[in-house]
Ligand binder design. Structure first.
Ligand code: HEC
Ligand code: HEC
Ligand SMILES: [Ca+2]
Ligand SMILES: [Ca+2]
Ligand SMILES: [Ca+2]
Length: 462
């Protein structure tokens, strides 16, 4: 009898405690370590710039060297510093860090007069050859607005926004801005009428090696291409050509999961964004019809050695994930509950266990909290770029990882989100969800002001 009363007392106490502190049931021990042992707690502008603390051997030295190449400005050939030349002939930026500033998120231009830098444009013509998009004859696979002396740059582009108004269920108004792009001063002729254009903003760079360590089978297990469970969500993996493996493998990086590995993504950036050739992409970034570009002097064959590519690869793969802030805060926990209840977790998977990383065993078998399934989802007409990429169609996008998203404002001094930076804050990012994300967006629109604020506070704590 005595024991019995005791139990009731304990139960009674814990219940009333929960009533006083809603959200407690969502708290998980250790959830502040978003990247497991590869997490760093730093709330300063350098939050994204740390090496994973669990690296062993000489990896932190390689990281430091890779960082130097990431920040370095490349120069045109010929140059007295042979190691640093090879820029262009056409390009978008002189260094990786000019787009991924402080390893963070790029921003679209703030005024129509400003030339986009961190926002680049992938180009192609309709059709696919061997899983690859077909580059334009005059402009290639990417719009390059800069060039070396003697080679005409491709042209200029201006971002113009239109605005549309909407209302939450409780009557609170909101406004979304819709970007349009005007290409002008084109030096290689007018764009073909059927040119496919995909605007993409530079994402923040954290935790990429952890994402690379997730087994393909794990990602495939998240997929439900025919929506056989009938929940309206039908994610599927992208499969893209892996140049080093000489076969199609699962895509993980880029806004459409269009690159299979960090290494291939990095080599793609060297070529496409800076004009530096590598063993993976040995060609110069000149389109078929750009004769001056093809005849311009290069900086070696390839311009970047494998040894340096290795370092930038390791650097890009081992940037630590920022630890959570305010994760025990009551409003944050209530917001976390809502994030689960209204279906955000169906794509933004909170918890994933890594498998085996081929080069970084420190990332094996970790329980990480990336808030992504790395799958493609149809996000509706509003976000569509109408440009296929690998198996991704013109309205599919990869679920972006949400870890670190709350630190972008501190690191990069802005809160522009989504693949083209059109969302001016986290709320607008949610309001743009359509297609498979339509239902969870509707659920968000039906929340009251306090609930919406709590959900945003949760996102800001990531
Ligand atoms: C002109 C701006 C720009 C420059 C310069 C640039 N990047 Fe990027 N970076 C981007 C964009 C845009 C994406 C997304 C690409 C996509 O969706 O196809 C990206 C994606 C990435 C990713 C994948 C991130 C993810 O979450 O999927 C890595 C890694 C990366 N860049 C590394 C580099 C490295 C290394 C360099 C220098 C060699 C570099 N970038 C230079 C704009 C840039
Ligand atoms: C159907 C899958 C799906 C669901 C459900 C979903 N998202 Fe997303 N989310 C995406 C995709 C895909 C993108 C990228 C879209 C783009 O950039 O055009 C995205 C982008 C975002 C972004 C911007 C990320 C960035 O890096 O710019 C935020 C924030 C976000 N989602 C939060 C949420 C919240 C909160 C919910 C629940 C209300 C939710 N999402 C539900 C798939 C989903
Ligand atoms: Ca070059
Ligand atoms: Ca080009
Ligand atoms: Ca489903």
């Amino acid at each position: 009898m005595k024991n019995y009363i005791w139990i009731i007392l304990v139960l009674g106490f814990s219940c009333s405690n929960e009533l006083e502190q809603p959200g407690q049931e969502w708290k998980e021990e250790g959830e502040q370590f978003s990247g497991a042992q590869a997490t760093v707690f730093d709330q300063s502008v350098h939050a994204f710039g740390h090496a994973a603390p669990n690296l062993t051997g000489d990896k932190d030295l390689i990281f430091v060297s890779g960082n130097a190449f990431f920040k370095r400005n490349w120069v045109s050939s010929p140059a007295s510093t042979v190691d640093l030349d090879g820029l262009g002939p056409v390009f978008n930026a002189r260094s990786c860090s000019s787009c991924h500033e402080l390893d963070g998120r790029g921003a679209p231009p703030l005024t129509p007069e400003e030339e986009p830098v961190d926002l680049l444009f992938r180009l192609s013509r309709p059709g696919v050859v061997e899983w690859e998009s077909i580059p334009d004859v005059m402009y290639g696979g990417q719009f390059n607005h800069l060039s070396v002396l003697g080679v005409p740059p491709e042209g200029k582009v201006k971002v113009v926004y239109h605005y549309s108004q909407g209302e939450y269920a409780d009557g609170a108004p909101f406004e979304l801005r819709i970007p349009t792009y005007q290409f002008y001063d084109l030096n290689y002729g007018p764009f073909a009428a059927d040119m496919q254009i995909s605007p993409r903003i530079a994402p923040h760079m954290v935790g990429l090696g952890l994402l690379e360590a997730i087994d393909a089978a794990t990602l495939e297990s998240f997929a439900d291409p025919d929506d056989s469970d009938g929940d309206g969500i039908s994610g599927r993996p992208n499969y893209v050509y892996n140049i080093e493996k000489k076969k199609q493998t699962i895509g993980r990086f880029g806004w459409k999961a269009n690159q299979p590995t960090v290494r291939q993504q990095v080599a793609g950036a060297f070529k496409g964004d800076i004009g530096i050739s590598t063993s993976i992409f040995p060609d110069q970034p000149c389109a078929e019809g750009q004769i001056d570009c093809q005849n311009a002097m290069d900086g070696g064959d390839p311009e970047l050695s494998d040894a340096i590519l290795d370092r930038v690869d390791l650097y890009s793969a081992t940037l630590a994930v920022p630890g959570r802030r305010n994760w025990e805060n009551q409003e944050v926990l209530v917001g976390k509950g809502l994030f689960n209840q209204i279906g955000c977790v169906q794509c933004h998977k909170p918890k994933v266990t890594t498998g085996k990383h081929e080069k970084i065993p420190e990332f094996n078998n970790l329980e990480i909290r990336p808030y992504t399934d790395l799958l493609l989802h149809d996000m509706g007409e509003g976000l569509a770029d109408h440009r296929p990429d690998g198996l991704a169609n013109g309205s599919e996008w990869r679920t972006p990882p949400l870890w670190g998203i709350g630190m972008i404002e501190t690191v990069n001094q802005h809160t522009f989100f989504l693949h083209d930076g059109r969302a001016r804050n986290l709320e607008e990012a949610i309001l743009w969800h359509g297609g498979e994300g339509e239902q969870s967006k509707k659920n968000f629109m039906n929340l009251n002001q306090m609930e919406r604020n709590n959900l945003i506070k949760f996102l800001e704590s990531l």
